[in-house]
Ligand binder design. Sequence first.
Ligand code: UD1
Length: 429
Amino acid sequence: MDSIRIRGGKPLYGKIEISGAKNAALPLMVACLLTDETVTLRNLPHVADITTLINLLCQHGVKAHMNGHDGGSSAGRSICLTAEEITNTEAPYDIVRKMRAGALVLGPLLARVGKAKVSLPGGCAIGTRPMNLHVDGLEAMGAKIDIEAGYMVAEAPNGLKGAEIRFDTVSVGATEDLLMAACLADGVTVLENAAREPEITDLVLLLQAMGADIEGIGTDRLVVTGKPKLHGAEYSVMPDRIETGTYAMAAAITGGKVELTNTRADLIEAVIEVMEEAGITVERTENGMIVSRDPNSPILGVDVQTQPYPGYPTDMQAQLMALMTVSSGASMITETIFENRFMHVPELSRLGANINVHGRSAMVRGAKELVGAPVMATDLRASVSLVLAGLAASGETVINRVYHLDRGYERLEEKLAACGADISRAQGD
Ligand code: UD1
């Protein structure tokens, strides 16, 4: 297994081009199952989860054609996906367990061909991550779903019908799944307490370009009038707001100055607000932002709770914690979305961080300095928090099990090295 070696303590200076958003690209790719025409997606990030999803879609009969780099930009390439015929409706455990977003095929397959057999994703490092909201919503639309041997076995022989669905928890995945299914259902579907994450807006925009009738874009009430057919479309994936926030934290933690391009500040307002409170300077530009901190000015402690969008994102919790480990005060970070998302705490502690977890809250007291050590990546965002801490630590940090990072960060070492980080990858067995 590959590892990443960082010799920390160097402020980052330079420019980083942000890639397309993995969490937007995945549902956009799944949406190709809703039409027999071609869906072309541009600005696709080059990360492992995208490859995993291409494999899953191909197994359902989708023809995928990758077009290499997209224009002059190094970030992004385009893909043409054509689901002319669905040849197989099973999404196997082997793929879905690796990447929960694979389970998103459930609604679109049911809507298009009236049946689907999709593995339950199972738990993952950050929590149990159930599928009840997806299942209940599709059942309200007339599907019959049984759980058999770890699979959701679903059918809707007479097609799906519009329904009024109120989510009792805000779920990005369930909103996306039901939104896609509703586009081909018979009648009007109303999704109440829907997630408002920008990735949902991206999906709505693609679905509208495919001919779907959706009202309430950007709100927590989406009204979808089903159509018998959708058509092909071309669409460019939004910038990755989590990658944007992560590199903003990298500039901040090292006391450097980094321009983030090909992105949008409005996607991470909650993150910027917290960073400004912590004493970091964020200057908005036409295609991104410039993030800086004078190495002699302290990082101030902040109290933050993760929340559904537009609140502070759970996917930026670990990175903020890394930043707070070298603050000059105390911070309280509370995780409200996932029940077990503090696995980075013991690893950050190995570098000298002072963190105490009480239930869903972590009290972080700024340490004088972090000192490099070998650490273990446990999930995608936890891994990148170790990279951030390693960039700030003196001496050498070696991060093992970096396949977690490769799921969601495109050319991470290259992007950081271009700003002066001493970072390299060692190929493992
Ligand atoms: C997506 C993101 C992930 C992010 C998360 C929350 C993708 C590919 N992944 O994950 O990076 O951390 O949103 O912003 O976009 N829940 C239920 N029942 C369900 C579904 C979810 O109780 O049927 C709960 C979950 O356990 C969790 C909460 O709802 O506590 C939010 O999860 P959800 O928004 O669904 O996360 P994902 O869509 O899986």
